[in-house]
Design a protein around this ligand. Structure first.
Ligand code: ADP
Ligand code: MG
Length: 682
């Protein structure tokens, strides 16, 4: 078989030697194919130049103008020479300055017109442009690609390599998308798409190219994620069928919500299916996820299996331990805690109980992951607050059993479109109903001027016996400085804002024991006010806390604010949340307005997605999701659902994509998932 020309090493291209190849390698480009997939991040649109008059200083413009005079080379100092080119378009004149490039200056001929692209400076009377990109005006209407670069590569180099690379694409032979798919979805061929994504003949052609490539990318992503899902569907011997849950239900102090009942049913369905559960339980703060996990752990216990629940922090683990042991131990379900701060002896005791099967439920932190933690018969694994754990950790925990059922609980409501992608390898259950009698937290946005009134309001709550959170954000870069400012803030609160009340402080730099003490004091009511950085975010439960004030609210994402706010409003009292932000931006005002208007986490998540893009939801890239190059999950939702439908159809027919016409799709999946070695799809 003849060698695929696209697999040629990048050094095969003109002008690419060892050095440039090394630069390309840093961008992940090693062969002609990967170069062609290096899409422009932007275009300079030379098709709509403005007149010099219109090109207001301070912005970047394309100007069409004629050279009428050129200065001689001026040597400013050693190693710096300057060429001044005077251009006009009959509305006004402009001075173009070129540094250190006799070649570029000489290329500009007097009397000829060019398109100049660059930032315009100067003033109304005297426009200037330094080191512009220049194009001969006769080229007509074109869009020039602007590539992501790295040290040692210029846009010109990449463009010229790209031109040559495109000549390797002779015909449609290299198209990975089968013809019938292209036809039914009105997508252009790969040759046309790559040509027009790099050097568009018009804006419309660029759009068509982008649509085709984005569709391909979405389709590939969906196919890969679905395959991951299928791969996890090997059978398990952990069978839990028709467990009697009535003792559990009758010991609850409240009636479960319908959503909770439904989610428990969905989990029980997995339990008896013979295939391991791999399920995400999504629910707003306070929706009662823990009870769903508890019911299922109890079901596992009835069938003779052990369960484990892992939380991201000790505070949270201890809280879960308290809730679960109080609820389940009376039902005969011995529960142990396993966290780092326990003594060696305590830990050994807990581990012993798990290994011999005396304990049926383990609650803890990362300490659970240690090799020395063994289970006699682990059947059900729960992780709380998904975004803090990586896939690898989840897997490590599951490996302590033999294909146990896995439930992932997330308190971050994620817009449906994203959830389907981010959690593509999981089934999803949604708790979309809050327990009865919850009053939505009243939320206000105030500026600095109303600060005193806000503290007055808080003091009144404290006098009624309630407690308050004061949230003070820490920014990463400057922790030391910030910390002193949090300490100062505390002093101010104690002396000026809320004198006479007991105040505690909680932040990330404290030792676990210290944090624990503060939390316990607050939970027990010994502290009335808790000043905290965002550590408090992950789920502590103090029902008596009825008011929260958030400083610099503009620094938080909406979903984060929503998480924080969820710490109040857990008791019977009407609660309040005060967002302090003097930031005047229109977008900020709109964001905070959303918080005041709704308490529905899914609505807030949708807004967050619209306002800030999907970045926040993807967090620290722990979702095991490959990065997309061209498709945009927020802008292209239509295309995304089109691709999803197609992926489902394709996989229904050919689950492993083994048929010859799907060979190309298989290649695409492999390419995309190469970024994620642990996926095993490459
Ligand atoms: P989250 O989903 O935020 O983890 P939790 O499981 O911590 O929520 O539950 C929040 C609070 O609501 C807890 O105090 C819990 O006991 C209580 N709760 C859970 N389910 C119900 C219910 N059906 N009715 C009343 N209270 C409930
Ligand atoms: Mg929780």
């Amino acid at each position: 078989m003849e060698k695929d020309p696209l697999k040629q090493d990048i050094r095969y291209l003109k002008g690419v030697g060892e050095k440039r190849a090394a630069c390309y390698a840093r961008l992940g480009i090693t062969d002609v194919y990967s170069l062609l997939r290096h899409y422009p991040r932007n275009y300079i649109d030379y098709s709509n130049p403005v007149s010099i008059m219109e090109a207001s200083p301070g912005e970047t413009w394309v100007v069409r103008a004629r050279v009428f005079k050129k200065s001689r080379e001026q040597r400013i100092r050693k190693g710096l020479s300057v060429f001044k080119i005077f251009v006009t378009d009959d509305t006004a004149d402009m001075t173009v300055t070129i540094f250190n490039s006799r070649f570029a200056a000489e290329a500009l001929k007097e009397g000829e017109s060019y398109l100049f692209y660059g930032k315009v400076t100067g003033n109304l009377l005297r426009r200037e442009m330094n080191s512009p990109q220049v194009l001969r005006a006769v080229h007509g209407a074109v869009m020039q690609p602007v590539y992501p670069l790295t040290d040692g590569l210029t846009n010109k180099m990449v463009s010229s390599n790209m031109e040559q690379a495109l000549t390797f694409l002779k015909d449609g032979r290299n198209d990975y998308l089968p013809v019938d798919i292209r036809e039914s979805h009105r997508l252009c061929g790969i040759v046309e798409a790559l040509q027009n994504i790099h050097f568009p003949s018009s804006a419309a052609a660029q759009q068509e190219a982008k649509r085709r490539l984005a569709f391909e990318e979405f389709l590939t992503l969906q196919l890969g994620m679905s395959q991951l899902k299928l791969r996890n569907r090997k059978s398990t011997s952990v069978l839990i069928s028709e467990p009697d849950l009535s003792p559990f239900f009758s010991s609850l102090p409240f009636e479960l919500t319908n959503a909770q009942k439904r989610c428990i049913e969905e989990g029980l369905g997995d339990f008896e299916s013979g295939v391991p559960m791999n399920r995400l339980l999504q629910g707003d703060v306070g929706s009662g996820k823990t009870m769903v996990a508890a019911a299922l752990a109890y079901a596992a216990f009835r069938a003779g299996y052990q369960s484990v629940l892992m939380a991201p922090t000790e505070i949270l683990a201890k809280q879960h331990y308290k809730t679960l042991s109080e609820l389940l131990e009376p039902l005969g379900c011995k529960t142990v805690l396993l966290v780092g701060s326990m003594t060696a002896k305590q830990k050994a005791g807990a581990r012993e109980a798990l290994a011999c099967g005396n304990a049926v439920l383990a609650v803890g932190t990362h300490a659970l992951l240690q090799e020395s933690t063994e289970f006699q018969n682990l059947g059900f694994v729960v992780t709380d607050e998904q975004h803090r754990f990586g896939v690898a950790q989840r897997t490590r925990l599951a490996e302590k059993g033999e294909r146990p059922h896995i439930l992932v609980m997330s308190a971050t409501p994620i817009p449906r479109t994203l959830a389907l992608i981010i959690y593509g390898d999981l089934d999803v259950s949604v708790l979309d109903e809050l327990p009865k009698g919850r009053k939505p937290v009243e939320t206000y946005h105030i500026g600095e001027s109303k600060r005193e009134r806000a503290y007055g309001f808080i003091a009144k709550q404290l006098d009624k016996g309630r407690q308050a959170f004061l949230i003070c954000p820490l920014i990463e870069e400057n922790k030391e400085l910030q910390l002193t400012s949090v300490e100062e803030y505390r002093k101010k609160v104690e002396k000026v804002y809320l004198p006479g009340y007991t105040v505690g402080i909680l932040h990330g730099k404290q030792k676990p024991a210290e944090k624990q003490k503060v939390m316990e004091d607050f939970a027990a009511g010994r502290l009335q006010v808790l000043i905290s950085t965002t550590v408090v975010e992950v789920g502590i439960d103090v029902p008596n806390a009825s008011v929260m004030l958030i400083e610099n609210a503009e620094r938080f994402g909406l979903s984060q604010l929503h998480q924080l706010r969820g710490r109040v409003g857990r008791g019977a009292e009407q609660s309040a949340c005060i967002l302090v932000s003097s930031h005047r931006g229109e977008e900020n005002r709109r964001r905070l307005e959303v918080m005041c208007r709704t308490s529905d986490g899914f609505v807030i998540a949708e807004e967050d997605l619209k306002l800030r893009g999907p970045g926040d939801f993807f967090g620290e890239r722990q979702h095991g999701l490959p990065k997309l190059k061209i498709a945009d999950m927020v802008q292209d939702t239509r295309l995304l659902s089109e691709a999803r439908e197609l992926a489902e159809e394709l996989l229904a027919e050919d689950p492993q994509l083994t048929s010859p016409e799907h060979r190309g799709l298989r290649v695409l999946v492999r390419e995309l998932f190469r970024q994620i070695p642990e996926s095993g799809l490459h």
